[in-house]
Design a protein around this ligand. Sequence first.
Ligand SMILES: [Zn+2]
Length: 425
Amino acid sequence: MARKMGFYAVLAYVLYGFLVYWYLFYLADTSLPFEYQGSKADPATFMDGRELMLSEEYSKVRNLLFFLSAPLEWLIYFLILLTGLSKAFKKWGKDTTKNKYGRVAIYVIWLSFFSYLATFPLSYISYNLSRTYNISTQSFASWMKDELIDFWINYGMMLVIVAVLYLLIKKSRRFWWLFAWLLSVPFTLFIMFVQPILIDPLYNDFYPLKDKELETKILELANRAEIPSEHVFEVNMAEKTNALNAYVTGIGSNSRIVLWDTTLNRLNDDQILFIMAHEMAHYVEKHLYIGIAGYLLLSLVGLYLTARLMNWLISRWGNEFKIKDPGDLASLPLFLMILSMLAFASSPLSNFVSRYQEARADRYAIEMTDNPEAAITSFQELSKAGLSQVNPPLLVKIFRYGHPTMLERISRLEEYEVKKRNNDS
Ligand SMILES: [Zn+2]
């Protein structure tokens, strides 16, 4: 039975892959609606022929990789259960040490290592693709270093979470999901708090803006938005990527706005000020806090559903999964699989909320800077630098886009520009 289930799971994954491929490469229409042709949102007006072709190609493959990666993770966890590997990892822990936590540490290292290896080809293809299209400029060694940092940070966090989680499941079969959630609240807030000062610097260098003249202009803007000046940082990304970005991160006294140096190198001051004003809107309107609250709410529902689903799946297919009950450490792949599925299923909702916040930030920024020309050209540069699709397929937008599409963003700015011109004259 386990063999048959494994076979069907692989088959389903392959079929799904073909279906997604067909959708992205043949079915979905990404051409611009007639009314936008020739407008400032039309990539033909700001990209050359080569960039246009490359952006279509690159985005299609990127989208395919995106849709393949989460289900691949589910498939791997599923197979780890069916093949008895999870049980074996547990046994290896038992054979090595008598210490309860030592056993958890060994189990988790095997599970992490194995899943990392199994998903490595896809991550490598993704890195390589981005190098081929000259988005990433990162050497393999530097990329691998980031991957290793990722691996160990994830391992450390997973270890803490798993040790506590299985203790809770053993203590309370009925309400472990609620206790786990209650503990996850301070844990999440703590991670958000230390992220900009402890975790992010492991990957890149952060420092105050180098361009002092620009800094003065930005601080003037920050002053108007009532943001304390010591919260603006620059990060060296030029050695890793050609893409442009800026973001808000951290909570409380560690909250900050970070600008990639690539953005500073490629855009002029007015364009940068528009991007900054957009980030300031997130800061001022506390989008990060709303995001955290939403995430915590979703995770409460998610943990409850996971508990219910785990009980049901184990009572139905416990034999095939080689787990007797949810308190068994060997059930971890099942827990991770269900959680990852629920996260994927809920991503359209979180993306929708995020797109709403992003649209608000755009509006705030254009009203604050009142320079539509700079705003529009900054988005055009952003699309060019990242070879991004201006008008992605609907499913890509729903599952992948935390920002409105560039078609939507630029055309809204264009509307503002027209209104402004009418008001001025
Ligand atoms: Zn934003």
